[in-house]
Design a protein around this ligand. Sequence first.
Ligand code: ADP
Ligand code: MG
Length: 485
Amino acid sequence: MGLSEEIRNKYQAVIGLEVHAQMLTKTKAYSNDKNEFGSQPNTNISAITLGHPGTLPRMNKKTIDFAIKMGLACESDIAPEQYFARKNYFYPDLPKGYQITQDTTPICTGGKVIVKDGEGAEKEVGITRIHMEEDAGKSIHDIDPFNTLIDLNRAGVPLIEIVSEPDIRSSQEAYNYLTEIRKLVRYLDICDGNMEEGSLRCDANVSVMLKGSSEYGTRTETKNLNSIRNVQRAIDFEIERQIIANENGETINQETRNFNAVTGTTTAMRSKEAANDYRYFPEPDLQPISVDQNHIDRVQSTMPPLPAALFKKYTQELGLSAYDAEILTDQKEIALFFEDIISNTKNYKSAANWLMGSVKSYLNEKAIGIGEFPISAARISELINLIDSGKVSNNLASQKLFPAMLESDDSPLKIAEVNNWIQDSDEDAIKNMVLEVFAENPSEFERFKGGEKKLMGFLMGQLMKKSQGKADPKSASKLINELAK
Ligand code: ADP
Ligand code: MG
């Protein structure tokens, strides 16, 4: 389309995201049917899922607790009294003809998520509400050329919908917000966060207004976004499309749009339903639920440490860089492993280096998660302490001891002892070896002494051979320099 910088800079984009997260419960939202991805089609379905007349829904308490966890993580208010609502619409994969959701009494209201803005500075994105609802089944159009196939396994799977305030100002910010939401649901273990498989879905509401304006423009809502990257692409396209429409004096219609990942474009799908099209009314078959403070406290006590709190601790208390803290807190399992390491050593920087270096490369190489890593956090702490006490050099630890620990359950100290790797910290012993190296290589020694500093590598090599890799390279090179004076 090609929009000049000048025109683009006249406008401000305004974005609000609606995120649906499939809850990792064992059973569905309002029945005992299994909530399981990948089952044979139409096997996790009872009369309730099928919406047969006379069947009654029953609330899955796990969903409530999962929604509370997300609310607590976003510092939302948890509503003490809630009821469910029916949202009526016809879909072939929605057998009841309505979705059970929450309308006027969402379980969580308010709150915030801290994200990086387009320039990398921290900002708050407000949460409007989080409510519980159920998923529809799946219509499959690409298996049978003549018919649409319907799989109702997903019908009734519990969802939470997280609605943000229109606080997001760029596609990059939207990307960061979604990454943060995905991190949170994964930390909380309430959703697997997989956008490609549809367990996390996002609708992007986008509008543009002239910079400095206090009134938001008309928004469009884009659906069918199956990766965080595609959310960003769709938003970029919408911003540009809407600016051009504005420049041409066209009006933006409030409508639902569809994203095409191949072309990177959005197209109009349908004009936006007004809320009264859904004929919301209170669900008469489910009792209102009440959540008291005791219950909230109980749920709170089962929460893991959250990435934002860990990030703060690592940067402010442990003195790690923001870069390190970011990587360490990206995945809960890695963060918890790090927490375990530092419960036994105070050398936080070294713990971070081992985890982000040798450990991560091993995980990448073997394509496994930290859960399958053969060395326990406790043994990594021992390794660090062994280095810090001067018993083994850093070099030896990473080249020999760490690989050996992958193959053995023994303590690093024992492995080092058995292999005769305990470092000669005795300076005299190394001094003698340095002198021996000099005596054995007189011409190299003379040239080194005469200023050919590149021979340091050769002399160090000889010394390492002699000491069987046990000499600490740093102090050894210092000794070589001193003794050659
Ligand atoms: P609906 O049911 O119509 O989709 P919701 O309340 O569920 O309404 O979601 C509306 C979403 O649109 C929210 O995320 C909100 O932040 C966002 N939004 C509202 N107004 C605008 C606007 N002018 N521009 C961009 N996003 C907006
Ligand atoms: Mg919506």
